[in-house]
Design a protein around this ligand. Structure first.
Ligand code: URA
Length: 198
């Protein structure tokens, strides 16, 4: 298991209400909006990014900036879309100047994320980028070496691929990301509920 406690009888209403009033780390001081998460609350697959950027902070939703456009394209490649997945971030408030979240910020936010994971109850989790992978898979995760591989995560499976922002900066990584997407599609289509609905 991930080892993070999740309240019994948790609910989306309770979680959203409690999270909206979070002042557990310094990021709350500079946020315009807390970016909770969005998507299908019963999704079989959950995507976890790093933290809100400028547009996300202004609009209050994850992946609405340039990286979000690429993420939509990536989802389309594997026949998914935002109605079929749930999207959240490691930290829910924008780190100033888009710096990496500090370990203490990620730790302060982790409880919210674990409660989201427990409520969505996805079979598959995809980390977008090394920050999410470092937090959720193992702390010295090397995205260039370990992307595209499934790891166990409390009865679920978790895989990391390149962050869409990294793919915008370095398109030479796109073929590797494409292979990861194919692997995600393969595993998704092998889920019992997917096979039964065919
Ligand atoms: N990058 C992220 O990791 N998350 C977002 O929500 C937007 C950009």
């Amino acid at each position: 298991m991930s080892g993070f406690p999740v309240p019994q009888n948790d609910s989306w209403d309770l979680l959203k209400k409690e999270c909206a009033g979070c002042y557990a780390c310094e990021l709350c001081r500079t946020r315009n909006n807390l970016v909770f998460g969005v998507g299908n609350e019963q999704a079989d697959i959950m995507l976890i990014g790093e933290g809100p950027g400028e547009q996300e902070d202004l609009q209050g939703f994850p992946f609405v900036g340039p990286a979000g456009q690429l993420l939509d394209d990536m989802l389309e490649i594997i026949d998914l879309n935002r109605e079929l997945v749930y999207i959240a971030n490691i930290v829910k408030c924008r780190p100033p100047r888009n710096r990496d979240p500090l370990p203490e910020e990620a730790a302060a936010c982790r409880g919210w994320l674990e409660r989201q994971i427990a409520l969505v109850d996805p079979q598959l989790i995809v980390c977008l980028g090394r920050i999410a992978a470092g937090c959720l898979i193992h702390s010295d995760f090397r995205i260039t070496r370990e992307h595209g591989r499934w790891f166990p995560y409390g009865g679920r499976k978790i895989l990391a691929t390149f962050h869409p922002s990294a793919l915008l900066r370095d398109p030479s990584r796109r073929p590797e990301a494409f292979m990861d997407l194919r692997e995600i599609r393969r595993e998704y289509r092998a889920l019992p509920q997917f096979i039964q609905s065919r």
